[in-house]
Design a protein around this ligand. Structure first.
Ligand SMILES: *[C@@H]1O[C@H](CO)[C@@H](O)[C@H](O)[C@H]1NC(C)=O
Ligand SMILES: *[C@@H]1O[C@H](CO)[C@@H](O)[C@H](O)[C@H]1NC(C)=O
Ligand SMILES: *[C@@H]1O[C@H](CO)[C@@H](O)[C@H](O)[C@H]1NC(C)=O
Ligand SMILES: *[C@@H]1O[C@H](CO)[C@@H](O)[C@H](O)[C@H]1NC(C)=O
Length: 234
């Protein structure tokens, strides 16, 4: 009788319907557990979430299209992490890995570049000349509507000061470049953001991190060649 009872119990345990039910109950438990409510502050490159009792957060990960996964190990009881400065226009995915029975699956947050595909400014580049002047130029996105307007913001990544372009270069009213006469507020590396507006559709942003890189310039004789800013960080 005992053998039969055991067999019946085993069958019950292995019955796919029962297993499914168990799985479903597990899922319900996960769903019922409050979400981490992840938030990403793109200005500070900081991911944060609600701290939960009895949960250890192990690491956070940013999956970047060009750079791949960037993992940051967390100290005990930390519910935020700061990533290095990278461009975000291709979209990134964030994951928080958690050590908890209720929550074995990492939570993800997808940060997207909202707006119509092909609406972002393209062919962005900057050129420094006469030591203290800089021109940046870009082209209208192929899919951008006629009424698109672009804006350039430059953020000094050392002090995190941000300023908008003081003098736009225009093509039939559309901003397609920027002229700066005072570069003193810029750091060794800077974040450039071109976003835009239109009545008809959402405009995607373009962003890039540019480093000062002197090209064939002599400090004594002035910068006859000028120097370009090089894109190194995607
Ligand atoms: C956390 O763990 C403690 C001790 O095991 C327990 O008393 C408490 O109810 C737990 N809290 C939650 C929210 O599960
Ligand atoms: C942008 O650059 C690409 C590659 O250099 C070039 O083929 C294209 O014509 C440029 N687009 C505009 C609008 O300048
Ligand atoms: C930079 O832009 C200014 C303002 O439009 C223009 O006068 C100047 O010629 C440009 N300089 C270069 C090197 O392209
Ligand atoms: C563009 O970015 C700047 C700087 O982050 C922000 O202040 C502004 O509201 C943005 N504009 C649009 C149209 O998204």
């Amino acid at each position: 009788t005992r053998l039969v009872a055991t067999t019946v119990l085993l069958c019950m345990l292995l019955d796919p319907v029962i297993l499914q039910t168990l799985g479903h109950q597990d899922l319900t438990t996960v769903e019922g557990f409050p979400s981490l409510n992840m938030k990403f502050d793109s200005r500070r490159m900081e991911l944060s979430w609600d701290c939960k009792e009895n949960t250890t957060y192990l690491e956070c990960v940013m999956i970047h299209k060009e750079k791949g996964p960037i993992e940051i190990m967390l100290k005990e009881n930390e519910c935020h992490c700061k990533f290095p400065d990278y461009s975000l226009h291709e979209g990134v995915t964030f994951m928080v890995k958690v050590n908890s029975i209720q929550r074995p699956i990492p939570e993800t947050l997808v940060y997207t570049n909202s707006g119509g595909k092909g609406t972002a400014a393209q062919n962005f580049s900057c050129f420094i000349y006469n030591a203290n002047f800089m021109n940046c130029t870009w082209a209208k996105g192929q899919a951008a509507p006629d009424d698109v307007q672009y804006f350039l913001y430059i953020r000094d990544l050392k002090y995190r000061r941000e300023r908008e372009c003081p003098h736009y270069l225009e093509d039939s009213g559309t901003h397609v470049g920027c002229h700066l006469e005072d570069l003193s507020g810029l750091a060794y590396y800077n974040y450039f953001l071109v976003n835009g507006t239109s009545q008809r559709t959402g405009i995607q942003f373009f962003d890039s991190i540019l480093y000062w890189k002197k090209i064939g310039s002599s400090h004594l004789g002035g910068f006859s060649h000028g120097f370009h800013m090089s894109k190194t960080n995607g």
